[in-house]
Design a protein around this ligand. Sequence first.
Ligand code: UTP
Length: 476
Amino acid sequence: MNITQRYEKVKQLLAEYNQSHLLTFWSKLNEKQKLSLLSQIEQIDFDQLKEKINTYIKNYATAELPEKISAAPAYPAIPKTREQKEKYTKAKQLGAELISAGKVAPFIVAGGQGTRLGFDGPKGDFAISPVKNKTLFRLFAETIKAAGQKYGFQPVWYVMTSPLNHSQTTEIFERDNYYGLDKSSVFVFQQGTEVNFSPDGKILLAAKYELATSPDGHGGSLKALYKSGAVEDMKNRGIEYISYFQVDNPLTNIFDPLFIGLHALDKAQMSSKALTKTGPFERVGNFCLANGKVTIIEYSDLPDELAEKKTKEGLLVFSLGSIAIHMITRTFVEQLNNEGFALPYHRANKKISYIDLQTGKKIEPTKPNGIKLETFVFDALPLTDKSIILETIRSEEFAPVKNAIGTDSPQVTKKMMVARAAAWLTQAGIKIPQKPDNSPDCKIEIAPSFAICPQDVQKKKDKVEPVNPGDMVCLT
Ligand code: UTP
């Protein structure tokens, strides 16, 4: 088909679906721009578009609560019964064996836009470590390298970007020489995008020849892993388990033998780490059992009376929050994609810059003016036959960098990184100077090359010099 024929076809389709405005500037475009715009429009699945607009833009009702919800059972952070202790010992051993055998691959989702942090560039390039100012990507890469040395098998790191930050991310990896990892053991791939809408269901234009788009949410990873060939690559390399984590949490225990082992022992397909919420309304997803399936209900969707509901002992019924750390069995991703699956969309009202159709000028809105649709990875949990939850300890594993200031800000994360390092050293019997409020009176950083878990510190404690008040120490 030549360009005129393609144009006529697209014009007709757009008229049928009420999106003719996308061709407003057609006569002012050059040939290259015309071709680009046509191919963007041709990629839209128009049947799906209609459904999306009706269900999620025009008639959006907040997610209906499942009929029967109860608290989800979870493995405690510290085993309680003799039986549990035995199972944890067995799981840790199995987990370590699976890592050593190269059956576990780290997988980072780094396709987000990080708008709340307001950092100019992919969030993974944000410097976070308290003494050496290492970036998030560097910390994860060094952890992966250290795990390779510890377990005798260098894992392949799967990195998901989005079309909006892919080239920048790959440039950063190149610039930083893959942080000492072998380039061939880093598999970078892109997630999909979704078009952005005005509240009345019109697709926004980001430029006269470009649709406004945004990444399709971390749920897009389950399709992207498959479409990109990452899952095929895993299969070829004998990888069975995917250790899923986010770019923003430098405390992630990427290779946790206990979590991996429990997931494998219980033959789960997708499992999660959880922590006890700070209160009924902490802004994390709530673990529930909905119609018998492990399900995460967003804080905004859980009615107050359920959020505040207490047990006889006075504890919150829905006490477990999600920290977006999952173990996913590779064959589960294959199965989902082979059978065809769709995760529900979640809509977010955002500030989206757009081209004014009357003036052709770019508008940078100061308040939310449009709608982005995203899918969430945890919506795959109810699609599993088996899913387990392991509770963990906040100070050990959760300090996300989300906002520029206040809660979940770099300042808080750095403080938590120092506190965890101090706790690991204290557990190994090393004296750490303290301030009157018991926080460390020094800045300590433990590089992954020194330790990736408290047991590693225990083994190297003789190498640690005494720490004095006000010291800045990095153990490498
Ligand atoms: P967030 O929910 O924090 O979103 O992502 P975000 O886009 O990074 O940040 P804000 O909301 O604009 O401030 C949680 C994790 O999921 C990844 C992010 O990169 C982060 O690791 N993510 C999010 C994706 O990989 N793709 C997406 O489309 C969305």
